[in-house]
Each structure stands twice: as structure tokens, then as C-alpha cells.
Design a protein around this ligand. Structure first.
Ligand code: HEM
Length: 200
């Protein structure tokens, strides 16, 4: 698959899950049954998380498209600020949700660490661009978006695991780690390592 085809697949899944998130804001019953409990106990964290993270998920792919980036550097900066705001609000509220998620301690830790790494990698990406380090900016944004994309991989692995007959109580904690660690490994190998070789 060419890089452009890969980008199209990534953009398609990102926008599709962002649309699902927006629908969930208006029709909470389309989500998992445990969401009713979250809505009752941590409604602000849940709603701000879903809305802000959807913004990060939907804007991210357009930042990586070389043609769009070079054609509109001002748009790239404003979309980048919107992405970072989405990560900041989505990450802090995601951290709150991690404390009460399904899946017990393993999932609390998996989601909690994801939230912290998401916030830190995005802050580093912002810091690098402010210092004029464009390769560093790109590398940290790739890592940041690999974690944003966990919203997609989670929703692929979970139904696959359930279809394979694994109980929810087993698959959910496992997926809370797999959904982002796998993305980070692939992103590092496919996108960040070539950048490092180019810089030498
Ligand atoms: C990358 C950092 C993220 C973390 C740490 C995180 C964490 C969480 C946690 C802990 C929950 C509650 C799950 C439970 O109660 O068992 C949740 C739910 C949810 N998150 Fe995230 N999330 C992240 C990114 C995203 C992104 C980028 C989206 C974009 C759409 C998103 C959309 C949702 C939605 C829609 C729910 C409701 C549950 C569902 O429908 O499956 N999250 N998130």
C-alpha cells in the first residue's frame, strides 16, 4: 500500500470514529451499555472527553497531508492549535475517565498511561515547533497522533476479540494497552525512524 493510500485509510477511519463520537453526544444510547453509568457519575468528564477527542481525531490526518500542509501553512497552524486544544481537554478528561473505566486496574493503568503519554507527546511536539525544530516536531506529532488513533484501533480490536469468543472482562483490559502500544511501535518503525536517518 502506498503512503497516499495509507493516509486515505487513516483519514477515513479517523473521521468515521469522530462522527460516531459526535452522534454519541446527542444519542448516548448508541454507545456501550456501561456509558449510562459514566453519564450518571462523571457526565462532564465523559462529554468533554468525547467532544474534545473527536476534534483531535478529525483534525489530525489533515495535518500530515503534505499537499494540504504546503498549500496552506496558516491553516496548518490553526488546525494544529485546534488539535492541541482537543488533546489537552480530551487527555485531561480521559485521565479522569481512566480512574473509573471498565476493566479494573489493568485498564485504569492502560488508559491512564495513554492519557499521560498523549498529553506529554503533544506538548513536546508543540515545544519543538516553537524552537524551530521541524524534524522533532514531526516525530512527536507522529507519536501523538499514533495515540489519538487508539480511538480507532480500540474499536477494531474490541469487536474482533469479542467475535473470537473472548469474554469482555479479558479483552477490554488487554485492548486498553494494545490499542496504543501497537500504534506507537508501528509509527516509530514506519514514520519516525526514516526521519532520524534522513537527519543524519
Ligand atoms: C488518546 C487518549 C485517550 C484516552 C486515555 C481515552 C480514555 C477513555 C476512557 C477511559 C473512556 C471510558 C471507558 C470506560 O468507561 O470503560 C473513554 C471513552 C470514550 N472515548 Fe476515549 N480516550 C482517548 C482518546 C479518545 C479519542 C481520540 C476519541 C475520539 C473519538 C475518544 C472517544 C471516546 C468515546 C466516544 C468514548 C465513549 C465510549 C465508547 O463509545 O466506546 N477517546 N475514553
Amino acid at each position: 500500500m502506498s503512503r497516499h493510500q495509507l493516509w486515505r485509510v487513516m483519514a477515513f477511519f479517523s473521521v468515521a470514529i469522530a462522527v460516531y463520537a459526535v452522534v454519541l453526544l446527542f444519542v448516548p444510547s448508541v454507545g456501550a451499555p456501561f456509558l449510562a453509568d459514566r453519564l450518571a457519575t462523571v457526565p462532564i468528564a465523559l462529554l468533554t472527553h468525547v467532544a474534545a477527542s473527536a476534534v483531535a481525531l478529525a483534525t489530525g490526518p489533515f495535518q500530515f497531508h503534505t499537499g494540504l500542509r504546503t498549500a496552506g501553512p496558516v491553516r496548518h497552524r490553526w488546525l494544529g492549535r485546534l488539535y492541541l486544544l482537543g488533546v489537552l481537554v480530551g487527555g485531561l478528561s480521559g485521565l479522569r475517565l481512566a480512574l473509573v473505566s471498565e476493566g479494573g486496574l489493568v485498564a485504569h493503568t492502560g488508559f491512564g498511561l495513554l492519557a499521560v503519554c498523549w498529553l506529554v507527546s503533544s506538548a513536546l511536539a508543540w515545544d519543538r515547533v516553537r524552537r524551530g525544530d521541524l524534524d522533532g516536531h514531526r516525530a512527536w506529532m507522529v507519536r501523538s497522533y499514533a495515540m489519538t488513533f487508539a480511538a480507532v484501533t480500540l474499536r477494531i480490536y474490541l469487536p474482533l476479540g469479542l467475535a473470537a469468543g473472548l469474554p469482555f472482562g479479558v479483552i477490554y483490559p488487554a485492548v486498553s494497552w494494545l490499542c496504543w502500544v501497537g500504534n506507537l511501535l508501528v509509527a516509530e518503525h514506519v514514520f519516525v525512524t526514516p526521519l532520524r536517518h534522513r537527519a543524519v
